[in-house]
Design a protein around this ligand. Sequence first.
Ligand SMILES: [Fe+2]
Ligand SMILES: [Fe+2]
Length: 267
Amino acid sequence: MNDSHLTGYSVIRRNRTADDFFMEMMRKLLWPVHRWIWLDPARRARKLLRFAETEADGGRDLVRAAELTPDPVLRRLFLVHARDELRHAELFRRRGASLLRALSKPSQSGFRADWLAPGERGLDDLRIEELEDGALLAFLHLSEKSAANHFALYRYVMQRDPSTGAVFEEVLRDEAYHMNYTLSQLVRVSPQRHRLLLWRARLSRLWKGYLRLAIGLAGVISGVILMILFFTLLPPFAYFAKRAARQEPAGWLPVSPERSVSLDRQY
Ligand SMILES: [Fe+2]
Ligand SMILES: [Fe+2]
C-alpha cells in the first residue's frame, strides 16, 4: 500500500512524533477493517450523517470559545474554524442524504462501528468555560490531528465511491489547516508550557478513550453473560416445566363431590 494515500496531509506536517508513527501503524493494520466498515452504502450514509452532527456540534463549541477568549487573534481564528466545521457538517449531511436516497431498500442493521471508525470528535464534551486558551488549543490540536488521520484513511478506502472520497478530501484539507494553526497558536500563547499542555490533553484524551472502550466492552461482556445464562440456567427450568406438564392428565376432569358444592359462597 502506498503510504502517500494514507497520509494525504503529510506535506503540511514538519516533524513526525511518536504519535504520528503510532497512528500510521494503526492505520496500516486497520485499513482492511475500515474498508469493510465503509463498504455497505447504508452504513456509509448513517456514518456520514453522524459525522455531520459531530461537526456541527464542534462548530457551535468553537463559536462559544470565540465568545470567551480575551485574545482577538484567537477569536478570529476560532470563528473561521467554526465556519469550516459547519461547512463540513453540510458536506457530510448532503452526501449522507444522497446515499440514503439512492438505497433500493431501507437499511436493516443499525451497526455503525463508531468506536472503530469515529469522525472528528470536536471538543469531546469539554467544558470550554473552564479551560484557558492554551489548554483548549492543545486539546483542539490533538483532536484535529486525529480527525485528519482518520479522514485520510477513509478517503483511501473510498475508492469505489469517489463522490464520498471527494468529500473526505475536501474536509481533510481543512482539518490539516486546523491541526497546524492550533499548534502554532498554542506555541504563541503558551511558549513555556505548550509541551506540558499537550501532554495533559493527550492524557485526558487517553482517559476518555479508555472510558469509551470500557463502556463498549461492558456492553459486549453483559451480552455474553446474558447469553450464557440463557443457555445454562433456563434449560433446566424448561425441562422441569415440560416434565410437570406431561404428568398432568389431559382434558377435562370430574370434580370430587366434596368440592362440587353450591356456588352460593366465595370459597
Ligand atoms: Fe471538521
Ligand atoms: Fe476540524
